[in-house]
Ligand binder design. Sequence first.
Ligand code: HPA
Length: 265
Amino acid sequence: MSRSAELARLIRERAGDRAPEYGLILGSGLGGLSEAVEGVAIPYSDLPGFPHAGVSGHVPKLVLGSLEGRRVAIFGGRAHYYESGRADAMRLPLEVLRELGCERLILTNAAGSLRPEMPPGSLMLLSDHIAFAGTNPLIGEPDEARFVPMTDAHDRDLRAALTAAAGAEGIALPEGVYCWFSGPSFETPAEIRAARVLGADAVGMSTVPEIILGRFLGLRCAAISVITNMGAGLSDEAISHAHTKAMAPLGAAQLERVLRRFLRG
Ligand code: HPA
């Protein structure tokens, strides 16, 4: 039995057989939604091969259960490329999600804004992304399945449903392009200017490898950024991880409302 099949078996033993309709990966300071789920929480430490999710602001547990009447699997805590140098750090959790029968993946992250009209506290729905970190989680993948088309990486139907949910809640959810930097250092002002020229609207250190892996595994994907700061050089505020964590709750409450409305359908 493969590692992911073995873990899926273990998870089903604890949380039951029903396939999650949605997998959600929650970004820094955005873990609150998992507390609202009626179901079973499994610490990553009980799931051999799951990342330790060592970044503060992340809660390393998998929660399976019901939220707004939908069956969900919430990953509170992700592994980032910058922790290990491995862009495929989230591969096993995503393989397990697929193994559990899930077909849709919603990702959230904290990001820096490149657009003055998207200040800290606002949300952005990813219309597309730029994999600027210069690596790919599928490097080394042996067969032709590795040539994953990315034209529709950010699923049209999921985006439309998220946009409708935000509209129903009266919350602005502009679409924009997310540019993936490796981190862990933040960008320089010159890099932020370069990202703007390239067509980015926000920058961050996550999500893109998970979208690539998600598409590889046949998951339909969509992602929302919570803007925690303006990109380096675009404002006078100092950029830091502490600041990111402090600012995330500002947008997190709105994000939760959008996601709950989205799940209610
Ligand atoms: N850059 C990269 N990642 C981030 C930022 C940023 O400005 N803010 C939150 N995550």
